[in-house]
Design a protein around this ligand. Structure first.
Ligand code: UDP
Length: 237
């Protein structure tokens, strides 16, 4: 596969065109950012760690019958993915209260959410990704009612698979953000799944093992991502 021009550079990943019009190469960089890009740093090994982490999780999801854009790892920091028409709506599932939910509703961090919540946010940096509901998504044409129903169902199926996976490694899957796109007529999981886009706590100590280590200056960011990976059975050698 031939790597061609860079199509898009996000805060932590870049996307390249290839000689196949239906395939992109996704590059995981060492850059990390938080608070709408106000806090930025380069963390050694992050690109490699997140590329392998994402591949492992996407393969688990695929094996469970959840369609994803992931096809294969190409190098330490690169993977081949299907070209999706992205839906500009972020889906967040929460099993425990943390982050913006605590700020918005004044609930205590760590409160168990049963059943888990499902929230939508518009992907728009200039507006700081505002929370929206399904009627906004439909009225503005970001996603149809049927797309939204599929996104919700797939988001909860991801929860069933990943809650069990993290549980086996003595970890709690607190919350996570997913992005979906269209590949032909199918709604497919896109973007990435890594400790950058979810919250993971140690089951007994509730130690934070995700990007909150960077957001809250807790230290050992990538070492902890690697520990999460190792507990799941991923090798980073
Ligand atoms: N999240 C993300 N990208 C975003 C917003 C949120 O990956 O642009 C993830 C975040 O890491 C967390 C979950 O989605 O795992 C819920 O985030 P929340 O709404 O609590 O916002 P935050 O506290 O990150 O501002």
């Amino acid at each position: 596969m031939e790597k061609r021009d860079e199509l898009y550079a996000g805060k932590a990943k870049s996307v390249y065109l290839t000689d196949d019009p239906d395939r992109y190469i996704m590059v995981f960089r060492d850059d990390t950012s938080a608070f709408d890009g106000q806090k930025k740093e380069k963390l050694a090994r992050k690109g490699m760690v997140n590329n392998r982490f994402n591949a492992f999780v996407m393969e688990k999801l695929q094996a469970a019958g959840i369609p994803t854009h992931f096809e294969r790892v190409l190098s330490d920091t690169e993977s081949v993915v299907k070209r999706l028409d992205m839906i500009p709506v972020e889906c967040v599932v929460r099993n425990f209260a943390a982050g913006s939910l605590c700020r918005r509703l004044g609930v205590e961090e760590g409160l168990a959410l049963n059943p888990p919540t499902f929230e939508l946010f518009l992907k728009n940096d200039a507006l700081h990704d505002p929370m929206i509901n399904e009627s906004h998504a439909a009225a503005f044409g970001w996603a149809t009612e049927s797309d939204l129903a599929t996104m919700r169902t797939l988001s909860f199926r991801v929860n069933d698979v990943l809650k069990a996976l993290f549980d086996q490694g003595d970890m709690l899957l607190v919350d996570y953000k997913l992005e979906f796109g269209r590949f032909g007529n199918e709604i497919v999981l896109g973007d990435e799944f890594s400790p950058d886009g979810c919250r993971i706590w140690d089951k007994s100590t509730r130690k934070k093992m995700d990007k909150d280590r960077f957001r809250q200056d807790l230290g050992d960011v990538i070492e902890t991502y690697e520990e999460v990976g190792r507990r799941l059975g991923i090798s980073f050698d």
